[in-house]
Design a protein around this ligand. Structure first.
Ligand SMILES: NC(=O)c1ccc[n+]([C@@H]2O[C@H](COP(=O)([O-])OP(=O)(O)OC[C@H]3O[C@@H](n4cnc5c(N)ncnc54)[C@H](OP(=O)(O)O)[C@@H]3O)[C@@H](O)[C@H]2O)c1
Length: 342
């Protein structure tokens, strides 16, 4: 109960050991929500230690659940007002993307949504998709494109050409579409958030996705940098958003009754060249690994991702510049061992 005697709202966040989910759990607890989260292995303290610390902020229950196991999320969503579907296969290096990324993501999303139907209490499902479901359209040549929620990554092209990391965008497009169909058939209120490359510190003690990628110019990690370069090449932009803004956007579309459909979540379009100049000027102790910068690099983005829908409905980004976004990211990178302690 809150001080006013009202029952706390309850939210389920799937994949609580993940980067974005850990930040979302923290925000929900700070806003007075009771939170239920899931992890695949609750005993794995190397991945889950932050959840113990977050329990000091409010009621947080940790349950075991796996996207691959039918009915696994029943207990986690039972009694919840909102279900934030954040967990998803994100292994870009998968050797079998059809099975491990695409089929697993679609099946896992529907699995959690079936649990939401059974629960009968969930007022809204908030699906975390990705700008990867929007931007992978190699047929768009030339400058000046503005992409928004109307745009879908080209599944046929990606499947036919198997371009680098093709399985991930396909998994995101097909999960979104399957979730949307399921929601219509079962009368569920579904809103989808499509964050761009997400930066900034979170409570999770490990980070495997965008954090090492966005620090790669300083860490010199070539495999991580290849992800950044590949995305910039196909989309013509490096679109960034701070993890706090992603979580605020997720909560905004959950609580705003009129919210509907997809929301692209992006506060800055930049380029690798701009990012390298910024990092070099602001963090001289970490020399930018200039050998990564060889070849053609865009000076300015030739395409933009637009968050006009989210902003038009009243959402305000807190972090709109690289300074704000990278402020806490360097310390987080040090804490995670991605950057040396300089
Ligand atoms: N980071 C970004 O820049 C970004 C941008 C746009 C969208 N997103 C989306 O945001 C979501 C979270 O990404 P993230 O960056 O926070 O990645 P992350 O830290 O790797 O989180 C992924 C989570 O999914 C869980 N998961 C994977 N397969 C599972 C399964 N079979 N059963 C249960 N849980 C499973 C992982 O659990 P384990 O630890 O057990 O593997 C982990 O908790 C994903 O849907 C991703 O596509 C991320």
């Amino acid at each position: 109960m809150s001080a006013a005697g009202e029952k706390k709202k309850t939210a389920c966040v799937t994949g609580g050991n993940g980067y974005i989910a850990s930040a979302l759990i923290k925000m929900l607890l700070e806003k007075g929500y009771a939170v239920k989260t899931t992890v695949r292995n609750p005993d794995d303290m190397a991945k889950n230690s932050h959840l113990k610390n977050l329990q000091a902020l409010g009621p947080l229950t940790v349950l075991r659940a796996d996207l691959d196991e039918e009915g696994s999320f029943d207990e986690a969503v039972a009694g919840c007002d909102y279900a934030f579907l954040v967990a998803a296969p994100v292994n870009l290096a998968s050797e079998d993307p059809e099975k491990e990324l695409i089929e697993a993501a679609v099946r896992g999303t529907l699995n959690v949504m079936r649990s939401c139907v059974k629960a009968g209490t969930v007022k809204r499902v908030i699906l975390t998709s990705s700008a990867a479901s929007i931007i992978m359209r190699p047929e768009l040549q030339g400058d000046g494109h503005v992409l928004d929620e109307e745009s879908w990554s080209n599944v046929e092209y990606l499947r036919a050409n198997k371009t680098a990391f093709w399985g991930y965008p396909v998994s995101k497009v097909l999960s979104e579409k399957a979730a949307c169909r399921f929601a219509e058939e079962h009368g569920i209120s579904l809103v989808t958030v499509c964050p761009v490359v997400t930066v900034g510190a979170a409570p999770a003690p490990t980070a495997r996705t965008s954090v090492p990628t966005c620090l790669s110019l300083l860490s010199g990690d070539e495999a991580e940098f290849a992800l950044l370069r590949g995305m910039a090449k196909v989309s013509g932009t490096v679109p960034l958003v701070h993890v706090d803004d992603v979580c605020r956007a997720e909560l905004f579309v959950a609580e705003e009754e009129a919210a509907a459909g997809r929301y692209l979540c992006c506060s800055l379009n930049t380029t690798i060249a701009e990012l390298a100049r910024f990092l070099s000027a602001n963090y001289p102790q970490y020399t930018v690994k200039t050998k990564l910068l060889s070849g053609d690099l865009l000076e300015k983005p030739r395409a933009r991702l637009s968050s006009a829908k989210l902003v038009g409905e009243g959402f305000e980004y807190r972090y709109k510049t690289l300074d704000g976004m990278y402020d806490d990211m360097i310390d987080y990178g040090k804490a995670l061992g991605i950057l040396p302690n300089l």
